[in-house]
Write a protein that binds this ligand. Structure first.
Ligand SMILES: [Zn+2]
Length: 273
């Protein structure tokens, strides 16, 4: 908000979002300035691909800033990656001098399939043994509604593909201590105070099959997931955020500036949208 490079219209939009008075369809319909609360972006995206525009989701601030909005999904995901890459790069450059952590993931987002071509990960356990262990675990996570057709076509292939297509935001290892951490960044609505708990659960469920398969395939290693959760209106649970930076060997003096840096990355991203 204090950054003079951010145009006023973007600041105004953010202030309206914080005050919960931005003119989304739900708000306009509530104030009788629009007849329905359906999302315009979803409608346009559906029209473009010739799909039905029946039962449109409500256009709320949370909806249009989420990957659930057909029309905004690509932009929202691009903003997520932009902010995460910024945080990831900052964590790498602020490592304590004695840190033995190795940030494995290359610059772009990649799937488990691509990640397990990295020699350093294959040394922990082979693709074959990981797949063998994952096969049993994957079956305990049922197919979602939108995955049903692929599951019905070939259940075994579906579980296998779903496992190798999972995309953890990053992987960090310490070969000396034999620890591997999966990092996940969630950019969430912070309308409710329990957003951290909700998103932690969601993120852990998302990569549960990876963690459990790894534990079974390489019992001599320790595996955990570290989730960074940030609210779209700028909230972050500070203790939680800083504890996680500490866990990842980020120098103490540099931790406090991280959130401000992320916010300015976010503001910069929004000006490009
Ligand atoms: Zn939408």
């Amino acid at each position: 908000m204090n950054d003079p490079r951010v145009p006023w219209r973007h600041k105004r939009r953010e202030m309206m979002a914080i005050a919960r008075i931005n003119p989304v369809a739900k708000w306009l319909a509530k104030n009788k300035r629009r007849s329905d609360a359906g999302c315009k972006s979803c409608k346009k995206a559906r029209e473009q691909r010739g799909a039905s525009t029946e039962n449109l989701p409500e256009e709320t601030h949370g909806h249009i800033n989420s990957a659930f909005c057909d029309g905004m999904a690509a932009t929202v995901m691009a903003a997520h990656h932009f902010i995460w890459r910024h945080l990831y790069a900052s964590m790498q450059t602020a490592q304590t001098p004695t840190s033995k952590l190795r940030f494995v993931t290359p610059d772009k987002e990649c799937s488990m399939n691509t990640l397990w071509q990295e020699e350093v990960l294959e040394q922990i356990c082979s693709r074959e043994s990981l797949m063998e262990k994952a096969a049993d675990i994957a079956k305990t996570i049922s197919a979602k509604q939108n995955e049903r057709a692929r599951y019905d076509f070939d259940p075994t292939m579906f579980y296998e593909n779903r496992f190798w297509n999972r995309r953890p935001d990053d992987i960090v290892i310490n070969q000396n201590h034999r620890t591997l951490s999966i990092l996940e960044f969630k950019w969430s609505s912070d309308r409710n105070e329990d957003f951290l708990v909700v998103k932690e659960y969601e993120a852990n469920e998302q990569h549960r099959s990876i963690i459990e398969a790894l534990k079974a395939a390489a019992p001599e290693w320790m595996f955990e997931q570290i989730n960074f959760v940030a609210g779209r209106r700028g909230a972050v649970v500070e203790n939680d955020f800083y504890n996680k930076l500490e866990k990842l060997n980020v120098q103490a003096g540099k931790r406090t500036g991280f959130w401000r840096c992320m916010c300015s990355a976010y503001a910069k991203r929004m000006t490009l949208m």
